[in-house]
Design a protein around this ligand. Structure first.
Ligand SMILES: [Zn+2]
Length: 289
């Protein structure tokens, strides 16, 4: 019997956010401190949250970070799910789906041209769904680079059209990451030049069936106002990296070699937790768990 995806906790968290007109942070964690900070922030704010891991987390730590994230999500007193961000090859998607621990996987075939992206996505969405895992895809191509993703750096940005969004929705996906001028990592000197009309037209086309995801929320630009704006236009899941991880490196740079290691670790965790709590207030997910 096919698994019941209606009860998938990743989907339930993001469906509730869309229905309640708030956003949920998907925190890109690179270490145990990030996972701990994410769950602590969620419990302190009574907010749902997603722990997000790149394929790097499987490769670097031989799956240990995935198991830690799954256990943290299981033990949390608020809804927490584990999602894989930017899985860019069929091999890593199958490994992640088979290892257990992931509620959702981003099937990112955006480095292929559209037809090949669709063909591979269709096959891999079915593979994940058969194991009770929901999926996110990227029609078009979000430009830029981020720690943990490499393949799309030298390819051109391709903005998502409502027609493309419709075609990918038909593959049976749950989440869709539109390209509407958002980029990974640093924005140019003029800051983000987002095509809000495009985002609105994508929400209008498929927003009743799939949940939309924001990639490229650089901490310099995505503060309360811009975060609320994209949520008001239909975004329900917001991938967050820098807001949290710059706090980790900032505290490391300040304290490493000057304070006991346990202090450095604890201070870095607290600083990350604080940044996540602020995001939960901005996204208005605080108090929604
Ligand atoms: Zn991304």
């Amino acid at each position: 019997m096919a698994p019941d995806l209606q009860s998938n906790r990743c989907r339930k968290i993001i469906d509730a956010a869309y229905a309640g007109k708030y956003g949920v942070a998907a925190m890109c964690c690179y270490n145990l401190e990030g996972i701990i900070a994410t769950v602590r922030a969620a419990e302190a704010k009574r907010s749902p949250v997603l722990i997000q891991l790149f394929p790097w987390a499987i490769e670097y730590a031989d799956g240990l970070l995935v198991h830690a994230a799954a256990e943290a999500a299981q033990k949390a007193t608020v809804p927490v799910a584990v999602h894989m961000d930017h899985a860019q090859s069929p091999e890593i998607i199958k490994i992640a789906a088979d290892m257990g621990g992931f509620d959702g996987i981003m099937v990112d075939m955006s480095h292929y041209e559209k037809e090949e992206n669709m063909r591979l996505s269709k096959e891999l969405v079915q593979y994940c769904n058969a194991r009770g895992i929901i999926t996110e895809v990227e029609p078009g191509r979000i430009n830029g680079s981020e720690d943990g993703i490499s393949d799309t750096i030298n390819l051109d940005e391709v903005l998502t059209t409502p027609e493309q969004a419709e075609e990918f929705t038909a593959l049976g996906i749950d989440f869709l990451a539109p390209a509407f001028g958002n980029v990974h990592g640093q924005y140019g000197p003029r800051g983000p030049e987002l095509d809000f009309a495009r985002l609105e037209s994508i929400t209008k086309a498929v927003g009743d069936r799939v949940r939309l995801v924001l990639h490229g929320a650089h901490e310099e630009h995505f503060k309360e106002e811009l975060i609320r704006k994209v949520i008001s236009l239909g975004i329900a899941k917001l991938n967050i990296n820098g807001h949290m991880n710059v706090e980790y490196t900032r505290v490391q740079a300040k304290l490493a070699g000057k304070a006991p290691l346990t202090t450095v670790i604890e201070e870095a965790t607290s600083a990350m937790q604080k940044a996540i709590e602020q995001l939960m207030d901005w996204m208005q997910s605080s108090g929604k768990a």
